[in-house]
Design a protein around this ligand. Structure first.
Ligand code: PMP
Length: 437
């Protein structure tokens, strides 16, 4: 097949994320990737400014991770986790327990971020039922949030988004206002009223509260004050609700500290992690909880936790995870994120003066331009090719979340591409379908 034939077949038969199945926007043909670069068949190199949806923290095709997958594939590529265990799952779990907050020591290995969120919500509901609260089977989530595309996870994401499209299918949860105070803003207790009021009015219906700590990623691209998390912890304790932190996007140093929630000095009852867990090499996520939750579930009927994916604990993915954690342990990733932050702050701040830029936000290795109106897709594509930088703006947001190993000169190149996007003429007004990444 020629490259053109591959692309034509793709266009006719393959569905892509958030795209029309019959008239999709053009895609690039990726031939190989290494470090920060994705290489096309004609040798064109694109710097991956979004870490392939925020997972390639150590860069693409990292030799240490690739070798670990190869090594594992020679002995045990897969075995069902019902009735078996294996060393990669046990070693990965030991490492995860050691690097998550004290008390989180019970791990469910899930096969994607969305599934880890589904698992977290099922844990919360089973826990409440098992401990004498069968009526507590709904969740409290935040406006502006995003937790995944499966039906259960979508139901926890911003209700202005895909909810309208799937009305009738998705379960109804409680939504509090989007946290209104920025990460570096001045705390004001009144900002917490929306969450408190909902919890007080519906205590007997709510199993757990879920949020993306500090960094609302795929929907709002917004950094909020850590005091919200502290207040949520207090409120959950006061009313017997569980607290779920979804660190799938914010975890593994993306905003600076290893976990974004440590800024608040509190821990969740359930923690969801994914994306950078395998450094972007194989799909794997984890739902980590406390022995209190595990024992609570075990003490109810049926006593078992009712979830079990076919590829649960896949050994190749676990081996990739262990190797990724080796890399996180081998150098100071917080320092790397801080270095990128300093550079993004300096490079993106001047863009706030552009006519089409409504706001610039930077935290850790995340740089966000909120545009007044998104430019046309074909203009963005021209910038991508001209600058050799892969960007994927969505809605009115242009952003970078580069691999954490991205060297300063490459960060500079990414800033140059964002500069060019910010200077593009605005396209037609946004459709109001609230789609997100
Ligand atoms: N939670 C958050 C915070 C996410 O950012 C994402 C993915 N963007 C998910 C859940 C879903 O993860 P996945 O795409 O692996 O299902």
């Amino acid at each position: 097949m020629t490259d053109a034939e591959v692309l034509a077949f793709d266009r006719a038969h393959l569905w892509h994320p958030y795209a029309s199945p019959v008239n999709p926007p053009p895609v690039f043909l990726a031939e190989r990737s290494a470090g920060t670069q994705i290489v096309l068949p004609d040798g064109t190199e694109l710097t991956d400014a979004v870490s392939s949806w925020w997972c390639a923290a150590h860069g693409h095709n990292h030799p240490h991770i690739v070798e670990a997958i190869h090594r594992q594939s020679r002995t045990l590529s897969h075995v069902m986790f019902g009735g078996f265990t294996h060393r990669p799952a046990v070693e990965l779990t030991q490492r995860l327990i050691a690097m998550t907050p004290e008390g989180l020591d019970s791990v469910f290995l899930a096969d994607s971020g969305s599934i880890s969120v589904e698992v977290a919500t099922k844990m919360a509901v089973q826990y409440q039922r098992a401990t004498g609260h069968p009526g507590r089977c709904r969740m409290l989530a935040l406006r502006g949030g995003y937790h995944g595309d499966t039906v259960g996870a979508m139901a926890l994401s911003d209700p202005e988004g895909m909810h309208t499209l799937f009305a009738g299918l998705i379960p109804h949860h409680f939504f509090a206002d989007q946290p209104s105070i920025a990460v570096d803003g001045t705390w004001n207790e009144a900002a917490f009223d929306s969450i408190r009021t909902l919890v007080e009015a519906h205590t007997d219906e709510i199993a757990a509260m879920i949020c993306e700590p500090v960094f609302q990623a795929a929907n709002a691209m917004w950094f909020y004050h850590p005091m919200f998390l502290r207040r949520m912890r207090e409120l959950c304790d006061e009313h017997g609700l569980l607290l779920i932190f979804d660190e799938i996007a914010s975890g593994f140093y993306r905003t600076g500290p290893r976990w974004a929630h440590t800024r608040a000095g509190v821990a969740p009852d359930i923690l969801c992690i994914g994306k950078a867990l395998t450094g972007g090499h194989l799909t794997l996520a984890a739902t980590v909880t406390t022995s209190r939750v595990a024992h609570g579930i075990a003490g109810g009927t049926p006593g078992a936790f009712m979830h079990g994916p076919t590829y649960m604990g896949n050994p190749l993915a676990c081996a990739a995870g262990i190797a990724s954690l080796d890399l996180f342990a081998a150098s100071d990733y917080e320092e790397k994120a801080r270095g990128i932050e300093t550079q993004l702050r300096a490079g993106l701040a001047p863009l706030a003066a552009r006519e089409n830029v409504a706001a610039v936000r930077v935290l850790g290795a995340v740089g966000i331009l909120e545009l007044r109106r998104p430019p046309r897709a074909e203009d963005v594509r021209a910038v991508i090719l001209e600058h050799g930088v892969w960007l994927r703006p969505f809605s009115n947001i242009a952003y970078t979340m580069p691999p954490l190993i991205t060297p300063p000169e490459t960060v500079q190149k990414i800033i140059g591409a964002l500069d060019a996007v910010s200077a593009l003429p605005p396209g037609p007004p946004l459709p109001t379908d609230g789609f997100h990444e």
